[in-house]
Design a protein around this ligand. Structure first.
Ligand code: DGL
Length: 273
């Protein structure tokens, strides 16, 4: 019996990471929990977010037998990664370090930016992650309260998003960066608007692909990567999605955002066996 990769986010944002993971490792089984019943995380005290993250991560291990946990949420990573790594019996992959790596690899001028939730930006997690890499870059950061709510409502383009983006991104535009990391997993869904505001000379960097590579490497190192017989007969993994909020809303909007793999949603927490 193959064990799935478990992942979670406050809502729909982690689907950007799920998409990259499904594309990179199509044979792996996946369980995704969107905590839409308690979103947003970004405006909540980090202590509360840490409690949610521990509850979700342990549920992935205990209820779904996950062989690894992907914290597909920057805010939850900033709040609780160290605790999750210390206490979970499976490998834990976050989105902040992979994102920071991708950002530093992209810049040519050394002037970079990161945007995220209030919780992520005020935690200083990206400043630490970039500093740990020892690459001399100057990092401008800005919190973007309101972006996540637009995505959760399924409103990813339009005048209202544009007006908010112009206001919130102004300090990053002023910092004259050449690369901007979308340091919240919801933000790639707003990439068109963010890209329009930043202009054609700024490269938008998402942590999704880099995180998927990190998951593959961690599974490989731990001997947990699903063995695939021959390239021509790759079995498709089973993809399960669960939500602590309205499961029909999650299925409908999630399916639009992720694609056809998300055609059903189960309630979380799961019913006791
Ligand atoms: N998607 C989450 C992140 O990456 C947070 C969204 C929220 O505020 O709930 O930070």
């Amino acid at each position: 019996m193959e064990r799935p990769i478990g992942m979670f986010d406050s809502g729909f944002g982690g689907l950007t990471v799920a998409r990259a993971l499904i594309d990179l490792l199509p044979a792996e089984d996946l369980v995704y929990i969107g905590d839409t019943g308690r979103y947003p995380y970004g405006s909540k005290p980090l202590d509360d977010v840490r409690d949610y993250a521990r509850e979700l991560a342990w549920s992935l291990v205990d209820d779904y037998d996950a062989k690894a946990v992907v914290v597909a949420c920057n805010t939850a990573t900033a709040a609780g990664l160290d605790e999750l790594r210390a206490e979970l019996p499976v490998p834990v992959v976050d989105v902040i370090r992979p994102g920071a790596r991708a950002l530093v690899a992209t810049t040519t001028t050394g002037r970079v930016g990161v945007i995220g939730t209030v919780g992520t930006v005020s935690s200083g997690a990206y400043i630490r992650a970039v500093a740990e890499m020892g690459v001399p870059v100057s990092l401008a950061s800005a919190a973007c309260p309101g972006f996540v709510e637009f995505v959760e409502r399924g409103q990813t383009t339009g005048d209202e998003v544009m007006v908010l983006a112009e206001r919130l991104l102004a300090p990053i535009v002023d910092a004259d960066v050449d690369s901007l990391l979308l340091g919240c997993t919801h933000y790639p869904f707003l990439a068109r608007t963010i890209g329009d505001v930043m202009g054609p000379n700024v490269t938008l960097v998402s942590s999704a692909d880099e995180t998927a590579f990190a998951v593959r490497d961690r599974l490989d190192e731990s001997g947990l990567l699903r063995a695939v017989a021959g390239a021509s007969s790759v079995p498709r993994g089973r993809h399960r999605f669960a939500s602590s909020g309205d499961i029909e809303v999650f299925r409908d909007l999630g399916g639009r955002l992720l694609g056809p793999e998300l055609d059903q949603t189960e309630p979380w927490p799961p019913a006791a066996p």
